[in-house]
Design a protein around this ligand. Structure first.
Ligand SMILES: [Zn+2]
Length: 327
């Protein structure tokens, strides 16, 4: 493995798990060889520190305002409040740590999530260490949008695409069904309009997400057939699970866009019941193309605004759900 690795792939394909496993392996003091080639031992002091989630030689960076992962590994380097990006301060803290003598062996590892969200000065600061790497330091960059990284950064990393092949997809859906205690059909139905990978679908199907998902279905459909009131629904969702709602809604709109306005207009992928019901509702009264795409824009804008501190979330959702209702 080179000094820097770039894991590129869509959301939910397991980039983070892979990054963590690699980090543990790099830090392990007695990596297993022979039959278990390339596996961390799990017992050495370094592996124990890793499991405690507090390894001093592992740091990770993500953009401000990003949802924190369920389990944190290593030390999180925070930026200043406000801008939703990776800031130069975060990279400087990383470089300072890389410059210190390692406390546990010779190795230091940094994981940078959503690396495409580095601002220009952060990217330039990182470029310096990519050009003149310190011995024993490793960078693991993750991205969903490799083309948005500076080409000078891309070219200095070992590029590793993380994908799910169509053959693997059925097996992954089966795996998701087993993990979440759902049926294969239920998972496949969800997956039919998800642009994300199997891990993300699993998150959606897991316990609380599952009931959130049916509430989501009810709201989205209810607003179109007049059983739900946009103002009431906005009040409910802005108090609870609003970002889930917006995320699922955007995925749904993508799928509907493909079916209604895509090339050939094929609606072959609509094995999802929610999508099918909406398609038949829109069958009689399909919005004009520009009207539809304006609405898709609005939903994406709402998703971005949702993250901002001073926004009135209830009002934001109210406007979106009213537009959906009247679309
Ligand atoms: Zn170990």
């Amino acid at each position: 493995m080179g000094h820097a690795l770039l894991l590129a792939g869509k959301r939910g394909t397991g980039k983070r798990l892979l990054a963590e496993a690699l980090a543990q392996l790099l830090l392990c003091q007695q990596p297993q060889s022979d039959s278990h080639r390339g596996v961390a031992c799990g017992d050495c002091p370094s592996c124990q520190l890793f499991r405690s989630g507090n390894h001093p030689d592992l740091v990770w960076i993500q953009p401000n305002g990003e949802d924190k992962p369920l389990l944190e590994v290593g030390r999180r380097l925070e930026g200043k409040d406000g801008e939703r990006q990776i800031q130069v301060d975060q990279i400087r803290q990383l470089l300072e740590r890389f410059a210190l003598v390692s406390r546990h062996g010779e190795t230091k590892v940094a994981i940078i999530e959503r690396s495409e969200m580095m601002n220009l000065s952060a990217a330039n600061a990182l470029l310096k260490t990519l050009e003149e790497p310190t011995k024993g330091t490793y960078l693991i960059l993750m991205t969903e949008a490799p083309s948005r990284l500076l080409s000078t950064i891309r070219s200095r990393c070992h590029y590793y695409p993380v994908t799910v092949s169509p053959q693997d997809e059925m097996a992954s859906l089966q795996w998701v069904a087993e993990c979440s205690g759902s049926t294969y059909e239920a998972v496949a139905s969800l997956a039919s309009f998800m642009v994300a990978g199997p891990l993300e679908i699993r998150n959606l199907m897991m316990s609380e997400r599952k009931s959130e998902f049916s509430a989501f279905e009810q709201t989205v459909l209810g607003l179109k057939n007049g059983r739900e009131d946009p103002v009431v629904a906005a009040a409910v969702w802005s108090r609870h699970s609003g970002s889930f709602f917006l995320h699922a809604f955007q995925l749904l709109l993508l799928a509907l866009t493909k079916s209604m306005y895509g090339r050939g207009g094929e609606s072959a992928s609509s094995s999802n019941t929610l999508e099918r019901s909406l398609l038949s509702l829109f069958n009689d009264n399909r919005p004009a193309t520009d009207q539809w795409f304006n609405f898709v824009d609005q939903s994406q804008k709402s998703g971005r605004l949702w993250q901002e501190h001073r926004v009135n979330r209830q009002l934001l959702l109210e406007e979106l759900l009213l537009s959906w209702h009247y679309l």
